[in-house]
Design a protein around this ligand. Sequence first.
Ligand SMILES: [Zn+2]
Length: 461
Amino acid sequence: MQIPLLRLQCGVNSYDWGKVGQESAAARYAATTAAPDFAIESEKPYAELWMGTHPSLPSKDVETQRTLLDLIQDNQALLSAEITERYGSQLPFLFKVLSVRKALSIQAHPNKKLAEQLHARDPRNYPDDNHKPEMTIAITPFEGLCGFRPLAEIVHFLQTIEPLRKLVGSQAASEFEEAVKGNENSEDVAVTQRNKDALRSLFTTLMESTPEKIESASKDLIAAAQAAPASFGTLPGDVETNPGDPAELAAIIQRLNEQFPNDVGLFVFFFLNFIKLEPGEAMFLKADDIHAYVSGDIIECMASSDNVVRAGFTPKFKDVDTLTKMLTYSYAPIEEQKLQPTDYPYVVLNVPAYSSASSSMLYDPPIEEFSVIKTDLNRTGGKATFDGIPGPSIIICTRGRGRITVSHKTEEVQEGYVFFVGADAECIIENTGSGEGEEDVFTTYKAFCELTGKEDMVNGQ
Ligand SMILES: [Zn+2]
């Protein structure tokens, strides 16, 4: 039988929001294994590198030039019988590198039940009947929006950002303030539900604003951010917000307005957590969680689906009615939106790896379609041996150089190289860099799916 280690050629697409030319990690990675007709153009935006079997941009085996999808359909042992039975002859996940220069639309992805309904009603705008949980791990410093802010922060902005208060109307703003006053941090179920209802009502009012009102409020908002950035959105002695620095807040609002002039998203910003991730930090987006990516290079893993309900920062179809109804209106501080990695137990590090504080960290969201392991081998000769797992893996190198071995097949690895490893195969990666130091760290991300031990999980809830 053929050894289940394939080097992959992965395509990159060119959406307008992508980083330009060599700035784009997605483009640089793609270029290391590109088709002969690919060359990075210095003026062109490159947004997403796709690693997987999705038919819109399928990865290919470098050696035979057959698609991974085709190879998997020919040899189901690559996925394992369990995975094939559950998901058919395709990867259950799609693995990506995103290079974000300009904000992506504010969005949420429907849960399974809603996805089925939306797809039945409107297959053109909702092409899949599946849910789409997503996980994001920063490769470079990342900015994004994720989930609703703690209520005290929203109240703070209603009181300090005059154009926001004017846009939702002072009556709606006062009603919200009255409803949540003194109860912002209550853990009582009934009180929390009343808070969520109040938030839903206020957010729906905002989202139903007319374009004329939004345009006029945006102009006032930008004027305020320009006039006094050092005191933008502040009230003496009031709550901590994210970002905490008023000048940074004013700068972000102006930057977003340059990207999407007069967009309702400028005001949605004051409802959502502004989150920054350092390289290696992650967040997981459950079904019906509102979010947007603002800037940075990231590793993203998601269930194979393409359902997006959009709410702002987009020229595309916006479904305000569906969006305002589907959201959970859970509100929480940003620490609760982050996903903490844990030590991955099914890997053995050799002495050079162990003694240089190398690590294999597991990012394990509460869904069955995927998990991701980030491995840093900090010294040349450092080696990590992964047990075989009953499911498929895709591995990308984002830094340094090394080797990957499955059985008696070994391949060189450099930044941007991508490999597929079949089910049940033990896999060894090794740092072959020239010496010690920051520049010699060898970093890989491995996405995988195994069903064992996850039988009880339903729909990411
Ligand atoms: Zn998303």
